[in-house]
Design a protein around this ligand. Sequence first.
Ligand code: NAP
Length: 340
Amino acid sequence: MTPSAQRQWVVAERPVGRPLKDSDFQLADAPVIAPRDGEVLVQTQVLSFDPAQKSWMENAANYRAPVQIGGVMPGSGGGVVVASAHPDFAAGERVVGDLGWREYPTIAGGHLQRVPSGIAVEAALSVLWGTGRTAYLALMKVGKPVAGDTLVISGAAGATGSLVGQIGKLAGCRVIGIAGGPEKCAWLTDELGFDAAIDYRSEKVRARLRELCPGGVDIFFDNVGGEILNDVLARLAVGSRVVICGGISRYNFDPRSPEMPEGPRNYFNVVFTGATIQGFLMPHYERDFPEADSRLVGWLREGRIKARPDVLQGFESAPVALRRLFEGKNRGKQLLQLDH
Ligand SMILES: NC(=O)c1ccc[n+]([C@@H]2O[C@H](COP(=O)([O-])OP(=O)(O)OC[C@H]3O[C@@H](n4cnc5c(N)ncnc54)[C@H](OP(=O)(O)O)[C@@H]3O)[C@@H](O)[C@H]2O)c1
């Protein structure tokens, strides 16, 4: 039976220029709202976490509606339809979408998508939708891999990076991941099939790149920015492509403050190599979503890519789950299962 009340997390403070804190979030009670025309009531089963959620709280992202203080914390997730007033959805169907941190969101059916049959909601949130579309489209449309290319990925043991590496292997690349800690590096090479990994916390990235990429780096897929970007720019191959997907090393700085790190010193190597540096933002590639979805679903069903989510338990741990991304605690996609 659907309860009449639910819990939801709301935004209490904007974490501009600093790491996230417990007091940035507040747990509140709210009524469960019956769906009106075109709406669907969902029971949230899994929440999915992205570093960009911090910038949404700061209202620093220009591609989404502003988040209000006291408003529901935005975020994607998956669950089961409880009641539907939308012709395309029926009770019992499994869906994903921008559910927000709520136990029973009521949302427009047009904002939901069905989970493909035979695929767990956790796997769908790990390697399809936002993460999968980003990894596939940023690599294929901006990185433009060619068999034999050397592909280097920062943030390689995270959700996006670990998938980019797997797709890069399918495209015939030699794949080198940069990640924090020996356990994450071993996971990349032993379980996900990366050719090599560099532990940026204990190794000198630039020296290791010299050893591992004697012919230079053909594609750099950057999730981190800062010193790592600087080190890889020094090793670019002629005609290489640098994909700027993220810059998590910058996300705890106020962009207007003098503490914000300067841009990369080695950028001038772009001139000597004729390299291209291009930014990627997933919503700009909407027309390519069907291609990404069909390739990813196919590879997942064939077992050619692996979904290895990192799953926490309990709705009350949502802020902890988001903070893990900035503390490097997650391996693969950070998810949270609700115990209903
Ligand atoms: N452009 C787009 O459309 C788009 C879409 C989705 C995601 N993104 C971006 O892609 C990147 C990865 O996102 P994700 O969802 O896949 O997250 P994720 O990689 O699963 O999690 C973040 C990882 O970043 C690393 N990290 C955290 N702070 C760091 C720091 N100061 N320096 C270096 N590494 C740090 C940690 O790994 P280590 O332990 O290895 O440090 C952590 O596990 C983010 O920058 C995100 O904003 C962009």
